[in-house]
Design a protein around this ligand. Sequence first.
Ligand code: HAM
Length: 411
Amino acid sequence: MNDILPGDVETWQFLEQKAREVFGTYGFSEIRTPVVEKTELFCRSIGETTDIVEKEMYTFGDKSNNSLTLRPEGTAPVMRAFIQNRLHALDPVNKLYYMGPMFRYERPQKGRYRQFHQIGAEVIGVENPMIDAQVLAMLHHYFCAIGIETVELQVNSLGCPDCRPGYREALITFLESRLDALCGDCQRRYLTNPLRVLDCKVPGCKESTQGAPSVLEHLCGGCEEHFSDVKKHLGALQIPFVINARMVRGLDYYVRTTFEMVTDKLGAQSAVAAGGRYDGLIESLDGPALPGIGFAIGVERLALMKGDERVQAPRPDLFLAAMGDEAAEKAFVLMSQMQRVGIRAEMDYQGRSLKAQMRRANKLAARYTLILGEQELVSGEAELKDMDQSSQQKIRLDELIARMGVLRASA
Ligand code: HAM
């Protein structure tokens, strides 16, 4: 679990701000849900046999013996909130986004943390494959907006409750024929969660599942048509993508379209964003039978990818250096008046020497500095120094705020 400190937080704010801007354009509104939910919610939605539910949840009992869990992801809480607040009664289509911390007890490594942050989006109420393409177009747009273009969009279809059982059977039969070559984990889960075996990172498992049956060859007519339409719409929007028929997801609620934004820049943690369709999830949580689709982006992974091009904190517009108590008082009032009108003004509070004050102005990279002493107070004029151009101009103190406003606007 990490602290996000000044110097890094500016990148985070940029990533969040861009999400608000881009998602807003597509008609999404923000939803904020609590960080804890009843444990049962995640067992029922993510699935009892998934890694998340089996071993990664922070679960505890409260003083009334309710079993609560720190949310390991955002989709289930948003669906819970959607059902509980009857959002479908207000609008048949809901487009929601969220951002915030998630918790998974995983083995930490670069790009994988126990408290991490997601920016996610969900659309509830649309079955049309156009929305699948639109959600992916929005994700693609977001990555362009934040200047990360070294990612590949991989898409797949996982079928539906009609065709998935047939595929599971075919996969189990295939896995049984090479059980000896699989790792202990996969030998244990090949019956309960055979799709996960395709995702196993152990080289022996990777190798021995090379010729595994493809989910795409087992889709029913409806799923095949849906997938083919998604691809057609993505083509029409010129969103680049590749098909990855071996992509399986670590959460059980997915049907039909699934996808990941993948990078080779983060070592083992290749997915910077992931999501898919979850028709059936809302109904299984005792809500209305409405389809849904969405994604979540890992913010730590984005920030790592931004790396050296971190977003800088804005520099002060003006540093007021003061000599003597009276000048300090005047500087203090001027500074506060400027801050009120949106000018980033700074001063020294410790009555230090002029040299020390100028060092601080340099450290803060102030655009302008102004020195106030006894003489300036008497004449009502001072030198405004442009620190970038190394030039200076005389300025009347009673015009300082207006002049700074003009200089700032023209910068
Ligand atoms: P997920 O694939 O479990 O999907 O997580 C989405 C993204 O969160 C990952 O691609 C990754 O970038 C980030 N992430 C996951 N675990 C960690 C971790 N331990 N440390 C750092 N980053 C992590 C979901 O959570 C689904 N709720 C996505 C979704 C939304 N599907 C439909 N709607």
